[in-house]
Design a protein around this ligand. Structure first.
Ligand SMILES: [Zn+2]
Length: 329
């Protein structure tokens, strides 16, 4: 896990640092903004790979190891698997398709994660629970979380059976959660925003949606939530004023079924991660969704294009950062 005792040196902060300290950096930031706008207009959503790799190296040297709160959107192809680290405690949200088990385990090992405080399955589709059997066999979680859902949408797939067997074998505390439930991860406060009840007619709209508050920032993790479930969140008076988020994991792999303009108008994300596979058969992410997201931010990262995505927050400087590994081939 991240070392907590070394004060971060922000003298080499780059375009991802929200609070440049010198005039040169302000000018640099303006130039980067202009270049980003040009990239956005021409359909490119990030810096080139060589620039990106430089950024990765700078950020890693400067602050990632010191960041108390980290979100790792692991590049698992067409699926989701997200590692959250808060003050040394860890949570894995989803475990992608069954073929991604080695990738997830290797990634966790690279972050020195040898145990999980929470393993959360947002919903019971194979691209979210497929590798839990392999991952949980190696890394035992203290708690397993899944959403409430009705018998009518309960899957009959082999993948689901394997997931159930794997969860049982861990002996972990198991909880089915719904809107209003909450728990902590280190100093992060995690609240479940959805599902509100068991009325969803399809699995995507049973997705657990997590609001994670850490110090001054809020992150939203939305599984494969579609517009129907977004509406239940927007209509819940208890969520009034709580949806604005620094970081958003876009729902359903950036599909046009999700990230409605109404929802985004409340979230107003500053950083967005989209998890999807290269040339996936669903056409994720939808250009219309990217356009809706681009109303709020030009910091849109897509695993299919940029590999593993890391968002992190440094409490000492109260600064947020995002970076990507770049694709290997
Ligand atoms: Zn999915």
């Amino acid at each position: 896990m991240a070392s907590q005792n070394r004060k971060p040196d922000i003298s080499n902060s780059n375009q991802f640092n929200k609070e440049p300290k010198t005039k040169n950096k302000i000018i640099y930031a303006i130039l980067v903004t202009i270049l980003s706008a040009i990239a956005l207009i021409t359909g490119r959503y990030s810096v080139s790979e060589s620039e990106e790799n430089q950024t990765t190296q700078q950020d890693q040297a400067v602050t990632l190891a010191d960041a108390e709160f980290q979100v790792h959107v692991i590049d698992v192809g067409q699926g989701d698997s997200i590692l959250i680290c808060a003050d040394g405690e860890t949570m894995l949200i989803d475990a992608a398709e069954s073929k991604s088990g080695t990738k997830i385990l290797d990634y966790l090992a690279s972050r020195n994660v040898t145990q999980l405080d929470y393993a959360a399955a947002t919903h019971m589709h194979a691209d979210h629970i497929g590798s839990f059997s392999k991952v949980l066999e190696q890394i035992r979680p203290a708690h397993v979380i899944e959403p409430i859902f009705s018998d009518s949408v309960t899957p009959t797939t082999k993948t689901y059976e394997k997931y159930l067997d794997a969860v049982e074998a861990t002996g972990a505390e198991y909880t089915a959660m719904q809107a209003g439930d909450s728990f902590t991860l280190g100093n992060a406060q995690i609240t479940v925003l959805a599902p509100v009840d068991e009325s969803a007619k399809d699995l995507n709209n049973t997705s657990l949606v997590f609001r994670i508050q850490y110090d001054d920032i809020v992150c939203l993790f939305t599984g494969d939530m579609e517009v129907q479930e977004e509406k239940t969140i927007l209509e819940n008076p208890e969520n009034q004023g709580l949806l604005k988020a620094t970081f958003l994991k876009a729902g359903h792999h950036g599909s046009d079924t999700s990230s409605s303009e109404d929802f985004l108008a409340q979230v107003q994300p500053e950083y967005v991660a989209v998890s999807c596979g290269v040339n996936n058969k669903y056409g994720h992410p939808a250009q219309s969704t990217l356009d809706h997201l681009a109303v709020w931010t030009d910091q849109i990262y897509i695993t299919a294009q940029q590999g593993d995505i890391v968002f992190y927050y440094d409490k000492d400087t109260k600064s947020s950062h995002i970076m990507a590994s770049g694709k290997e081939s």
